[in-house]
Design a protein around this ligand. Structure first.
Ligand code: C5P
Length: 229
């Protein structure tokens, strides 16, 4: 099991056009944030949670956190800045070989089985890996007029999901190098790749959806109810 969980939850969710950030919308009577933390806790009850929240967050309540050990941190402007707050905090707390799992708060449908599957797959790896799903749609690259420039062969292409799990020392080096090179990491793996490592793609469920648009909330509710039957 991982020693540390970093959950970036400082997004303002502007694409949802909702009155509050998407992590506080209700999914079966509980906030998305509470649902996501519950899944992580079911899988890894003894881990320490680092929860990265917006400084002006008005919706968070400590009762949403099921972990015995957890720490609230201040997120930043971009997802990478919020995760960085967690990585920086770990400098005084983690061992280089410790496992750190980073999971988007907006992915409440991740299953306990997938969480355990990821950890089992990377357990003896020196670097780490992530949950991912093979691309099933045909992919198009656009030209300047938003017409098709070309079809990108989907063979061998994956969608990067979360959690992404890496050794603390690897993540620390990746975040440091990305800052120096001004490389924008959209996920942890991309930073680790820049170091020359090849993270493991661990096949995860394709219903591990990231709530992004308004219609995704109802879809997430359906996925959760289907997973219970
Ligand atoms: O907006 P998007 O869905 O890409 O965000 C992915 C994750 O990053 C979410 O969990 C969101 O809360 C988090 N995030 C953050 N700080 C930001 C922007 C996004 O923690 N400044």
């Amino acid at each position: 099991a991982p020693q540390w969980l970093i959950v970036p939850a400082a997004g303002r969710g502007t694409r949802m056009r909702a009155a509050c950030p998407k992590q506080y919308l209700l999914l079966d009577d509980a906030a998305v944030l509470a649902c996501t933390l519950m899944r992580l806790h079911d899988a890894f009850p003894k881990a320490t949670l680092l929860l990265c929240l917006d400084a002006e967050d008005q919706w968070f309540h400590a009762s949403m956190v099921p972990f015995a050990r957890w720490q609230r941190l201040e997120g930043g402007d971009e997802r990478v800045d919020s995760v960085r707050a967690g990585i920086d905090w770990l400098a005084d707390h983690a061992h280089v070989d410790d496992w750190v799992l980073v999971h988007d708060v907006a992915r409440p449908c991740v299953t306990v089985a997938d969480l355990h599957h990821l950890m089992a797959a990377i357990a003896h790896d020196p670097v780490g890996g992530l949950l991912a799903a093979p691309v099933t749609d045909t992919l198009k690259r656009q030209d300047r007029d938003q017409r098709i420039d070309m079809t990108v062969p989907r063979q061998g292409l994956w969608r990067a999901l979360t959690p992404q799990g890496f050794r603390y020392g690897v993540l620390r080096d990746a975040f440091r190098a990305a800052l120096e090179a001004r490389f924008l990491m959209t996920d942890e793996a991309s930073g680790v790749e820049q170091l020359g490592h090849a993270p493991l793609l661990v096949t995860g469920r394709s219903d591990n959806l990231k709530i992004t648009h308004p219609e995704d909330l109802a879809l997430a509710a359906q996925i959760l109810s289907a997973q219970r039957t």
